[in-house]
Design a protein around this ligand. Sequence first.
Ligand SMILES: Nc1ncnc2c1ncn2[C@@H]1O[C@H](COP(=O)(O)OP(=O)(O)OP(=O)(O)O)[C@@H](O)[C@H]1O
Length: 312
Amino acid sequence: MIEVHALTKRYGDRTAVDALSFAVRPGRVTGFLGPNGAGKSTTMRLILGLDAPSEGAAWIGGRLYGDLRAPLCAVGSLLDAKGVHGGRSARAHLVALAAANGLPRRRVDEVLELVGLDPATAAKRTRGFSLGMGQRLGIASALLGDPEVLMLDEPVNGLDTEGIRWIRELMRGLAAEGRTVFLSSHLMSELELTAEHLVIIGRGRLLADTPMREFIDRHSRSGTLVRSPEAERLRAVLEEAGARVSADARGGWLAEGPSAEAIGGLARDHRLALSELTPLRSSLEEVYTEMVASATEFRGAGGERREREAAR
Ligand SMILES: Nc1ncnc2c1ncn2[C@@H]1O[C@H](COP(=O)(O)OP(=O)(O)OP(=O)(O)O)[C@@H](O)[C@H]1O
């Protein structure tokens, strides 16, 4: 379990993390979501004791990182996959890490197998590693101490579909074993497939701490795209039936309220020909982008635009 209480980090007059409180529970994957610059990496660094908070605190399994007796066995992390000495082989890197932490050598072979780095690849210097191989090595390092808690910052960044699927399945498997898995991303679409719970931040502040399902159900807007050669009469009929009607960029009306079936019935009753009747549901990506944009609306125009773009 990871607990964060009133965590705040200021860099000069910039507040990167602002009074954040949340808990990451074991047995499920929790996604940590926010646009670029929202404060995700800073929060993770604070939890791992790599930076000191201005206020508040974070605990891993009930202890501050600095009080952990065997940190690598309590928490495995992947913050920067490139943080490996390029002149060493993957195996040598893991052997050194195991030795420094009093872990048996055989654990190195176990984690290499777990992340799918074969002996020939593991014997190569990491300098020539592809992003995907580097990511696998980073995850092997994180798993070396068989920790209860895993924390990964943007683990799928730059990976191909196969690598993304592999990470997704590995994380879900680790959570199913009862571990605490905390993953950051700025991609809602990816987290939608991996995480069961979401912590969302914007400008360092908590925007949501919610089960994925609930977030989808509560925020996803649904409507019907409907078109008729008699556009204005259609609009009047829809509004009379209590629908909220707006012009859709694809042409036609977006009607919110009555179901597609009900709209079909209305058209029949009013002898209105329809050329399209399509039920729509806003994607999670859209819901999330809208949420982040409205949370940053009070910013100056330039900053707001930057955050809106970053959220995409
Ligand atoms: N060492 C630092 N000194 C000054 N400002 C910093 C420092 N580290 C982070 N910041 C600022 O704090 C804010 C949060 O950054 P952070 O990297 O935590 O965001 P993030 O959500 O991880 O974004 P990204 O997805 O781009 O990694 C940013 O405005 C960043 O510029």
